[in-house]
Design a protein around this ligand. Sequence first.
Ligand code: HSE
Length: 306
Amino acid sequence: MKEIKIFSPATVANVSCGFDVLGFCLDTVGDEMVIKKTVEKGVKITKIEGYDLPLETKKNVAGVAALALYNHANPDCGFDIEIYKKIKPGSGIGSSSASASGAVFALNELLGKPYNKTQLSNFAMKGEAVASGSEHADNIAPGIFGGFTLVKSNQPLKILELPTPSNLYATIIHPQIEVKTAEARSILPKNVPMQDAITQWSNVGSFVHALHTNDYSLLGESLQDVIVEPYRSKLIPYFSEVQKAALAKSALGSGISGSGPSVFSLSEGIETAKKVEKAIQEVYAKTGIEFYTFTSKINAEGIKIL
Ligand code: HSE
């Protein structure tokens, strides 16, 4: 294989209770990338469409991730990368991680799959760090593995694949404002009260149990974030109105997607998810802030070859 075209999906990190560890993969929105093997050695970004991002390999998240794999593999060829960016940078649905994960996935395919998914995630994290200022895999893991994932540890990187209830749908609203991940991380407290920690780890445990037992009601009850959301919700205009509107239409739960400004809701069944989407649109239509919404099934497969 000399060339590959892939779809690298958007992802939701944190999932309310699992800051920096939980994530899931979306299906309807994602970047496309075309990667070609070249005789000339090295990694080049030859084209970026959609958003204004650096072409210089070492300044581009896809380039940095690709280089991490490339330098490790030391192959007798090079790669040209074209990025058709559909996920807006700073949207909170894993824009940088889609670029980083897509690049390493594609290089691995073109090299005959020498690396497993955990190794690919490790390379992709190098790219993610360029964008967010820290190496975390909670967007990368669901993109590369698909479905729901839990990052058990960063060093060494250990990723757990969690089950995906088949009738679960996500609704996303992306207010057209930018929240930089590095800034959204800088406003978080360094210590948390013991009672909040207890609440949070009880929710993470019950959330994972709910996925394993297909218990939609427990899943909803577990979608609570008492540690990060109180700080970050201030960066998202009308956050609590969106959350209330989603819950009023029977969403299982609703929270900040990654570091925001996107907000996700999870629903049982597409009909409920669509009603939630409409209710959220009605909230935001009154605000004067531009926004974009979509509903997606959970993508159990992750990155796809087109
Ligand atoms: N877990 C990360 C955060 C996801 O919330 O800061 C965004 O990169």
